[in-house]
Ligand binder design. Structure first.
Ligand code: 5GP
Ligand code: MN
Length: 335
């Protein structure tokens, strides 16, 4: 963090603070926002949490989640709070474009902005920037932030569980992006009262019958394997969304099943939304799906986990993705 002492000075008196996170918020987005909010409130700050769109049902149990304001649902109230805030924290995203209209509202204010984020290639739109692409999650960085503020003793069970939630979801239960430092942090979070067994169950054993059947449908009927490119694709049509009554967040994690197959190093989950076709990309090892997402699908993210979108429909998007693979054939062969 640049000029930490200036930030400490600013936070030494109670402020009106908005904490924002990205569209389609995941466990790390919601967990980091809640953890920071709970922590800042221990210092008497007033905090408002907001995201552009709703969070998935499996995060509903989190204490404080019900306070989230959703810009898609209450744009005026969100914009009003953004306008009058002294400070705006931006968590788990690094470009105002990632938060659509909420980003426009933030760009129009002259409040102090703080970024805490672990994605590649941050935009410079904040006064204080904590950007660490080696961090497993934004939750890990919120832990670092609280440590920098000399306030680790304020981490109670609620704050610890919010942070551990984002760490568990962004690392896929400690399967990727781990480090000795992360495991030490997790030890401290469990010492602070976080119940890791309970969290694993709440987060990863929360599928509805419908979602489990949808997974079966994807694996049986909507999967294509391209062994020559070590790539797997799963797609879902608009009709699938209707037939299975799929809601936001209910397709989370499906893309990872492709990587369970021996020899598969790149996975794509491509699905039709009302206006756009969205995609989730995952890879193993040195192959960067961030490059594919940012170059060809107006997206970005991390080297091994990125997302993007297109406006050319499902069939064309799948074809476009497949047509890109020969370009990477040599790189893929080495994996
Ligand atoms: P997911 O596939 O789980 O939606 O996202 C994987 C990663 O890519 C996350 O870190 C997410 O923030 C990022 N990501 C997903 N969609 C987009 C997008 O449209 N643009 C950018 N820049 N990043 C995205
Ligand atoms: Mn994250």
């Amino acid at each position: 963090m640049n000029n930490l002492s200036d930030l400490q000075q600013l936070l030494s008196v109670p402020k009106d603070i908005v904490i924002t996170t990205h569209r389609n918020p995941d466990g790390d987005a919601i967990g980091s926002t809640l953890a920071l909010s709970h922590y800042l409130r221990t210092h008497g700050h007033t905090t408002h949490m907001m995201a552009p769109s709703e969070y998935p049902d499996f995060l509903e149990w989190m204490p404080g989640a019900e306070e989230f304001l959703i810009h898609d649902i209450e744009p005026e109230e969100c914009d009003r709070l953004i306008q009058r805030a002294d400070m705006i924290f931006c968590l788990d995203f690094n470009s105002l474009e990632r938060i659509d209209k909420m980003g426009e509202a933030i760009a129009a204010t002259d409040s102090t902005r703080v970024m805490i984020d672990h994605h590649l290639y941050p935009d410079e739109f904040c006064d204080f920037m904590m950007s660490d692409i080696s961090a497993s999650s934004t939750c890990e960085m919120v832990f670092d932030f609280i440590g920098m503020m000399q306030d680790k003793d304020r981490i109670d069970k609620t704050i610890a569980e919010a942070m551990l939630t984002g760490i568990l979801t962004d690392t896929g239960s400690f399967k990727y992006a781990t480090s000795p430092k992360l495991f030490r942090i997790v030890a401290e979070l469990t010492e602070a009262g976080a119940d890791d067994y309970k969290l694993q169950d709440l987060i990863f054993n929360a599928l509805s019958e419908k979602s489990l059947r949808l997974l079966g449908h994807c694996l049986a009927n909507r999967m294509e394997i391209l062994p020559e490119y070590k790539t797997g694709i799963i797609w879902l049509t608009k009709e699938d969304y209707e037939d299975f009554d799929i809601k936001r967040g209910e397709t989370e994690g499906i893309v990872n099943y492709l990587l369970k197959m021996k020899g598969i190093k790149v996975a794509a989950f491509i699905h039709e939304q009302p206006k756009i076709t969205k995609m989730s990309l995952r890879s193993k090892g040195d192959f960067s799906v961030q490059e594919i997402a940012s170059k060809h699908f107006r997206g970005g993210g991390h080297k091994n986990a990125s997302g993007g979108a297109s406006f050319i429909g499902l069939g064309n998007t799948i074809r476009k993705f497949k047509n890109l693979l020969p370009e990477y054939a040599e790189q893929l062969a080495e994996l």
